[in-house]
Ligand binder design. Structure first.
Ligand SMILES: NC(=O)c1ccc[n+]([C@@H]2O[C@H](COP(=O)([O-])OP(=O)(O)OC[C@H]3O[C@@H](n4cnc5c(N)ncnc54)[C@H](O)[C@@H]3O)[C@@H](O)[C@H]2O)c1
Length: 254
């Protein structure tokens, strides 16, 4: 793999991926896409994938996207039209946007994960195991903590962990986001999901299994954004040589 197109290049993750690619042998960012088209890092920046020239498109081996859900449809259209594998890391996508990803993956390789760190993916596996062992004798609550600039809540990662647990429990649990609006006890078949925002916190996730007289907590703490950038670059390398399909961190860890 050599040429990467980076969506959201002028954002916080865009900067981390730009730095990560600069330190990766044989890799280069050949174009950025961002609503802010300032060229900060020595590669051209376009406000839309439709404006990228054929010359650049022909050199693209993968797209990495850390931007905003509003960019997704145009980006996937461009990726499919030009047969470029895509790594989608943007969170806060709705069901129809997730369906767009699934449809695109019938034509091109698409890697999609709300969290690009190996550690969080291990947390999912550990939480599934805990849920299988503990059953509904333990109440499950997920707490996620992020910096004060994060737009979506709860985090895509909190939902990813909840979905992993719920899959293990035959999708019999409901998600409870807001206890404030009702005055009633929690039920057994629910996963509470809570978002905390403040300062510059990169990303904390705790999964709590609260039982009678004991609490088991599985937690993950991201200490820098480089962690996610490295995961995205590795994912781009991974899908470059793969056939069309939908891939995630579990595929890369096999
Ligand atoms: N999957 C993961 O591991 C992971 C890790 C960190 C962040 N994220 C997600 O990545 C996204 C970006 O995070 P960030 O911290 O860099 O945010 P950010 O706000 O710092 O950067 C987003 C960038 O995208 C640009 N942008 C917005 N709308 C756009 C559009 N329609 N087309 C092109 N560019 C557009 C913005 O101008 C900005 O430069 C968020 O959804 C965040 O939750 C995912």
């Amino acid at each position: 793999m050599a040429g990467i197109i980076l969506t959201g290049c002028n954002g916080k993750m865009g900067r981390a991926v730009t730095n990560g690619v600069a330190e990766t042998d044989g890799c280069e960012i050949i174009a950025g896409i961002d609503v802010f088209t300032e060229e900060r890092y020595g590669y051209p920046v376009f406000s839309s994938p439709a404006l990228i020239s054929k010359e650049i498109t022909d050199k693209a081996d993968a797209i990495i996207d850390f931007s905003n859900p509003s960019a997704l449809a145009g980006l996937l259209e461009y990726a499919v039209k030009n047969s470029i594998p895509a790594v989608i890391c943007t969170t806060g996508l709705n069901d129809s946007q997730i369906n767009l990803i699934k449809t695109a993956s019938e034509k091109i390789p698409v890697f999609f994960s709300a969290n690009m760190s190996i550690g969080v993916n291990l947390v999912c596996e550990l939480a599934k195991k805990a849920a299988a062992v503990l059953g509904d004798a333990y109440d499950i609550e997920i707490i996620e903590i992020h910096h004060n600039q994060k737009i979506d809540a709860p985090s895509g990662t909190a939902l990813m962990i909840a979905d992993a647990i719920n899959d293990e429990l035959e999708n019999s649990y409901k998600y409870e986001y807001n206890r404030q609006s009702k005055r009633e006890k929690r039920t057994k078949k629910e996963i509470g999901i809570h978002a905390v925002r403040g300062g510059t916190i990169t990303g904390e996730h705790q999964v709590m299994f609260a039982g009678h007289d004991e609490i088991i907590t599985i937690s993950h703490s991201a200490r820098s954004k480089e962690l996610f950038a490295t995961g995205a670059i590795n994912a781009a390398k991974f899908i470059c040589s793969k056939p069309a399909g939908l891939y995630n961190m579990s595929d890369m860890l096999k």
